[in-house]
Design a protein around this ligand. Structure first.
Ligand code: PMP
Length: 358
């Protein structure tokens, strides 16, 4: 039986994508073999790779002034690749700290540059985002980095900061959840394993004027200009992941594109937060204007019931609701591929559990 999977990533994928992949697994594109078995340089695979890129470009409305790269090493690799590509030694870079992933990006950037933390939400217990209009980059900043959606804390910016320095965003857990105006960003990166497909790729969208600044010691596979020139194939890419990413983008197109995603995601999040706020048994600590559409952490009034809650959820076909190991509690990740019915099943279960245990 297929269950509703609320994992934060790797995460649920659209069933249509999985069944399509299953149907063409052993004989793909009339090649008489699986997509995993063809050369990444074959015409058939290059068509697939380029198709994924052009779908992403059209969903996000990207012009020629942005390169799209499909890299390995995850979003974690980009924590290093961003400063290596965009700064010279000794440069100053600005970071916004809104949670665990921002903090990891900051720690890594400190290896390469002078990091200035221009806004820090740690004192709020990572339960809010900076007020709109308050963020600014400091003098001489090579870029300002922020995390539009904190996957662990469930804190999401409801706006795009407007700052002087090029804006760099770790969109791992929010990319394609809604339409965005990419022209506000210098660079966007996102690990694929939430809204884009399976694990294995990190998508980097970089404005072309930021290319060509990489430090000489930058690994070639993370050098944006070199990878752009090589079609992201300086080394052998994870071809199966790339193919599934393309199918996931096709599914987004077929189900209405980014405005339809936004409508569905907002409705799912509203349903879940309403059931948390409408109960004395469940709580979510995040400021209402900074609540994530994608990752919804919540606590039970009686933490000693957590194991019962999770076991009952599992028996009801609701998987992977435990919070991140660093914070505990519960977390429901409700990415693009989570249907509204999954969230309804969860809220029904939560109400039922409260009736029996509160
Ligand atoms: N940034 C964010 C916001 C994330 O959620 C994650 C993964 N959960 C990462 C970075 C790290 O991604 P990866 O595991 O692909 O390196």
């Amino acid at each position: 039986m297929r269950v509703y999977n609320f994992a934060a990533g790797p995460a649920t994928m659209p069933l249509d994508v999985l069944t399509r992949a299953q149907s063409e697994l052993t004989d793909w594109a009339d090649e008489g073999m699986s997509v995993m078995e063809v050369s990444h340089r074959s015409a058939a695979f290059v068509r697939t790779a380029e198709g994924a890129e052009s779908r992403l470009r059209s969903l996000l409305g990207l012009g020629d002034d942005y390169e799209v790269l499909f890299l390995q090493g995850g979003a974690t690799g980009q924590f290093s690749a961003v400063p290596l590509n965009l700064t010279a030694p000794g440069a100053t870079v600005d970071y916004v700290n809104t949670g665990a992933w921002s903090a990891k990006a900051i720690k890594e950037a400190r290896k390469y540059a002078q990091v200035r933390v221009v806004a820090d939400e740690e004192a709020t217990g990572y339960a809010s985002a900076p007020e709109p209009g308050t963020l600014a980059s400091g003098p001489g900043a090579a870029y300002l980095h922020y995390t539009p959606n904190e996957t662990i804390g469930g804190v999401e910016f409801g706006y795009v900061p407007s700052v002087e320095a090029p804006l760099v965003a770790d969109m791992s857990s929010t990319i394609l959840s809604r339409p965005i105006d990419v022209s506000q960003f210098g660079l966007i990166y996102a690990g694929a394993q939430k809204n884009l497909g399976p694990a294995g790729l990190c998508v980097v969208i970089v404005r072309t004027d930021l290319l060509g600044r990489a430090r000489p010691e930058t690994p070639s596979v993370w050098d944006y200009r070199q990878m752009a020139a090589a079609g992201s194939m300086l080394n052998t890419p994870p071809t199966f992941a790339w193919y599934l990413l393309g199918l996931t983008l096709e599914w987004i197109e077929q189900t209405g594109g980014l405005s339809a995603m936004a409508e569905r995601n907002q409705a799912k999040a509203a349903m879940l937060y309403a059931s948390i706020d409408g109960s004395d048994y469940y709580s979510n600590p995040v400021a209402p204007d900074a609540r994530s559409w994608m990752n919804v952490p919540f606590l039970l009034a009686d933490p000693s019931r957590e194991a019962d809650f999770l076991a009952g959820a599992k028996a009801a076909g609701l998987a992977n609701l435990e919070g991140h190991r660093s914070v505990g509690g519960m977390r429901a990740s409700i990415y693009n591929a989570m249907p509204l019915e999954g969230v309804r099943a969860l809220t029904d279960y939560m109400a039922d559990f409260e009736r029996h245990h509160a």
